[in-house]
Design a protein around this ligand. Structure first.
Ligand SMILES: [Zn+2]
Length: 228
C-alpha cells in the first residue's frame, strides 16, 4: 500500500524531516539559507527539492553530511546538478576523503563512489566545529570510522545520522553488518546520551522526543552500564 504520509513534516521550529525511501534527510531554515542534513540516495534530489518547495523553503545553500554511505550522500550529485546556485557540500574530514575516492571503504560507502563518482567537498569539519544552522559537529565513529552527528544545543536537537536507529520508539545501533566498529559505536552512543537531547532525529526511523529513557535502555542492553 502506498505510504500516504507527507514527504516533508515539521519536527521543530524551522526544522523539517524529509522522508525518503528508507532514510531521512532534514532541513533547517537559517539566516544563512536552507541547510540540508544528509541528501538521501542517488535520484532523491528532485524529491528533496520538491519537498522543500512544498514547505516554502528555498533550495539548500549548504548540505551537511553525517557520513559517506550511499543512502546519505548519494543524492548530492543530483542536488549539485539541479540547484542554482550550487550548494556548498560539507562533510566530516574522514568521510570527505572517501567521497573524493581515497581509501578502501566498505560496501555502503563504496556504493556512493560507484553510483555518483568522486565527489569533492567544499569544506570539511572536525569534532567540536561550529557549523551553519547553529550546529556543532560531534564525532560519533563506529557505524563508519569518520561518522559525525550534529548537535543543536539551543533546543537540544540531535541529528544523529546513523550513530543510532529508532524503531518503535526504541533506540538501537544499526545492524552489526552495518557497523564497522561495534565498541566505538557503543562509546559514541554513550556520548550522544550524555548530551541529554530533547529531540532525536535519526537517519533511519521516526523522530523521538525526550529520548533519555530510550537511550539509557539501549546502553544498558549493549552492556554499557557495566563498563563505566
Ligand atoms: Zn550509514
Amino acid at each position: 500500500m502506498a505510504d500516504a504520509r507527507p514527504v516533508i513534516g515539521s519536527v521543530a521550529p524551522a526544522t523539517w524531516r524529509i522522508r525518503l525511501k528508507g532514510v531521512n534527510a532534514y532541513a533547517l531554515a537559517t539566516d544563512e539559507g536552507t541547510v540540508l542534513v544528509d541528501a538521501g540516495n542517488p535520484g532523491d534530489a528532485a524529491r528533496i527539492l520538491g519537498a522543500l518547495a512544498a514547505a516554502g523553503a528555498p533550495p539548500p545553500r549548504t548540505v551537511l553530511l553525517t557520513h559517506a554511505d550511499v543512502d546519505h550522500a548519494g543524492g548530492v550529485r543530483g542536488l549539485l546538478r539541479q540547484c542554482s546556485p550550487r550548494p556548498r557540500i560539507v562533510a566530516p574530514a574522514g568521510e570527505a576523503e572517501v567521497l573524493a575516492g581515497r581509501g578502501r571503504p566498505r560496501l555502503m560507502r563504496r556504493m556512493t563512489r560507484m553510483m555518483t563518482g568522486r565527489l569533492r567537498c567544499d569544506a570539511t569539519f572536525a569534532d567540536g566545529d561550529r557549523l551553519p544552522g547553529g550546529l556543532t559537529a560531534v564525532a560519533t565513529p563506529g557505524h563508519t570510522p569518520g561518522h559525525f552527528s550534529l548537535w543543536r544545543a539551543a533546543d537540544g536537537t540531535l541529528f544523529a545520522g546513523d550513530a543510532l536507529v529508532v524503531r518503535d520508539a526504541a533506540v538501537d545501533l544499526p545492524g552489526r553488518v552495518f557497523t564497522e566498529d561495534a565498541s566505538a559505536a557503543r562509546a559514541s552512543l554513550a556520548r550522544l546520551a550524555a548530551l541529554a537531547p530533547r529531540l532525536l532525529l535519526p537517519g533511519h526511523g521516526d523522530p523521538l522526543p525526550e529520548p533519555a529513557p530510550a537511550l539509557a535502555r539501549a546502553l544498558e542492553a549493549l552492556g554499557w552500564s557495566d563498563r563505566r
